[in-house]
Design a binder for this molecule. Structure first.
Ligand code: UDX
Ligand code: UDX
Ligand code: ADP
Length: 463
């Protein structure tokens, strides 16, 4: 019979580990992290990440069945099941630099489990990882385990999207669990399935082989990103012809074979997953000697880069081919609305582009902290801040950011940008007053009536 999971440990208290474990009912869950500051924040009134609904869920469970700690070893020892949810960034140097995932954090965590565990454990990989990582984890665990200790490895990729994490976790489209198809593997798979069955309908819990599970995560993200690159590629055609990308996407999405979600043209996709996972897929394809497949997926990322630079160039061209010394307001720094996460945010690319053109930028975001914006602008300290400081301002309000701006650029689709007092903003801008809608959220007619020149992604000038 499958082991009943009574205690869970989650290694890694980040965007994935924190919310994922916070929604688990009844079972004792301890989330551990090496980063003391992060754990302190999880234990405080100001959680380290912003997610709608997260505060309520954490406050209801914390100290009851949910605990945050830096005592990694103790939590490993006590647990029957361990989620490994550490970061797996793209490698910056060495073999596969710029493409392959850096698995050092994952391997360190795996080694720790092997060293500390005194009883058998189910080890679950939750971080997005290249195919066959589970195999590597198994080898490390088996080579380092104590007699009598058995480890079962499961792959259980997380599909939550930031901004809707809590909703996604309480009502997932599916939960995917991959295991070895041995008696032991299938039994471990059932143990984890039983944990989810506390709140997820059984028919939504899919069980597959380890490799299928690992590849499904990369495939899902690659195909989602591909839809955005496809719609963004079409947006360029719209701008050149007079077609309207929202109308095109609506018409296309009405086909039930296609579906209407994830067809919103934008300044480009961001986030910690899409680019990283596609590059992983590219790297995997190349190592499997499938260069045509690699080329196909790489084009999705290239189209995204093109979309960002195309939009930045459009701003420069529209402002009569120079933005030197001009003030540009950037509205939104997060990679999407309802999160404070800025990883791979298109805003960063645009800001760098504007700074290279010697513009002055004024940034507003309702959730991102000033210190985070500086980390992003300096590539976490790799670029000196001093030279750009005179050209960068970070504002507390939209009005302040937009005051005297020669261009207002919407980069994130925050709801509050839809209901701004645009007349008041217009009154404080020089003429002509340009608004660039990188998210297609503004009422074009209302703004044009006020006097703004509105330039949107995927809308031709010949209306
Ligand atoms: C994504 C996947 O959706 C999720 O299943 C996976 O677990 C992690 O990666 P996330 O990156 O958090 O989630 O957000 P998502 O909503 O997918 O948006 C990613 C990027 O695409 C954002 O920059 C968003 O603005 C952009 N996007 C999304 C578009 O430009 N157009 C769309 O139609 C949808
Ligand atoms: C297509 C469009 O579906 C239709 O809306 C349009 O009006 C005309 O073009 P059609 O070419 O008749 O229709 O058939 P379709 O069912 O789309 O199949 C096209 C090809 O794709 C076939 O060779 C089919 O075998 C293949 N296909 C389709 C797959 O290989 N896999 C699939 O999942 C679906
Ligand atoms: P994700 O978006 O995948 O959740 P994050 O970077 O937000 O990524 O979170 C990963 C967390 O994992 C970080 O807080 C990091 O400190 C933690 N971490 C990395 N390696 C270890 C380890 N060996 N033991 C414990 N925590 C770790």
């Amino acid at each position: 019979a499958p082991v009943e999971v009574k205690k869970i440990c989650c290694i890694g208290a980040g965007y994935v580990g924190g919310p994922t474990c916070a929604v688990i009912p009844h079972i004792q869950v301890t989330i551990v992290d090496l980063n003391q500051q992060r754990i302190d924040a999880w234990n405080s009134d100001t959680l380290p990440i912003y997610e709608p609904g997260l505060d309520e869920v954490v406050k209801a469970a914390r100290g009851k069945n949910l605990f945050f700690s830096t005592d990694v070893d103790k939590a490993i020892e006590e647990a029957d099941l361990i989620f490994v949810s550490v970061n797996t960034p793209t490698k910056k140097s060495g073999i596969g630099a710029g493409f392959a995932a850096d698995l050092k954090f994952l391997q360190l965590a795996t080694r720790r489990i092997a060293e500390v565990a005194k009883s058998s454990k189910i080890v679950v990989e939750k971080s997005t990882v290249p195919c066959r990582t589970a195999d590597a984890m198994r080898t490390i665990l088996e080579a380092n385990s104590k007699p009598g200790c058995h480890f079962d490895i499961l792959s259980n990729p997380e599909f939550l999207a930031e901004g809707t994490a809590i909703e996604d976790l309480f009502g997932p489209d599916r939960v995917l669990i991959g295991s070895l198809q041995t008696e032991q593997g299938l039994s471990a798979c059932q143990s984890l399935a039983n944990v989810y069955a506390n709140w997820v309908p059984r028919e939504r819990i899919l069980t597959v082989g380890l490799w299928s599970s690992e590849l499904s995560k990369l495939a899902a993200n690659a195909m989602l990103a591909q839809r955005i690159s496809s719609v963004n590629a079409l947006s360029a055609i719209c701008e050149a012809t007079g077609a309207n990308i929202d109308e095109v996407a609506y018409a296309v999405g009405k086909d039930t074979r296609m579906g209407s979600k994830f067809l919103k043209a934008s300044v480009g996709f961001g986030g910690s997953c899409f680019q990283k996972d596609i590059l992983n897929l590219v790297y995997l394809s190349e190592s499997l000697h499938l260069p045509e497949v690699a080329k196909y997926w790489r084009a999705v990322v290239e189209m995204n880069e093109y979309q960002k630079s195309r939009f930045a160039n459009k701003v420069v061209n529209t402002l009569f081919n120079t933005i030197t010394g001009k003030k540009i307001a950037i509205l939104g720094w997060a990679f999407k609305k309802d999160t404070g996460d800025t990883r791979e945010s298109p805003s960063i690319t645009l800001a760098n582009h504007f700074l290279t053109e010697k513009a002055r930028i004024d940034i507003y975001d309702p959730q991102v902290t000033e210190s985070q914006i500086w980390l992003d602008l300096t590539d976490y300290g790799d670029i000196p801040a001093e030279p750009i400081k005179p050209h960068v301002k970070i504002s507390e309000t939209v009005e302040e950011a937009c005051k005297n701006a020669e261009a207002i650029v919407i980069c994130t689709e925050w709801d509050e940008f839809k209901t701004l007092d645009w007349q008041k903003i217009y009154d404080n801008c020089p003429r002509p007053a340009f608004v660039f809608d990188g998210r297609l959220i503004l009422d074009r007619k209302a703004l044009t009536d006020i006097g703004f020149k509105v330039i949107s992604i995927g809308t031709g000038d010949r209306i």
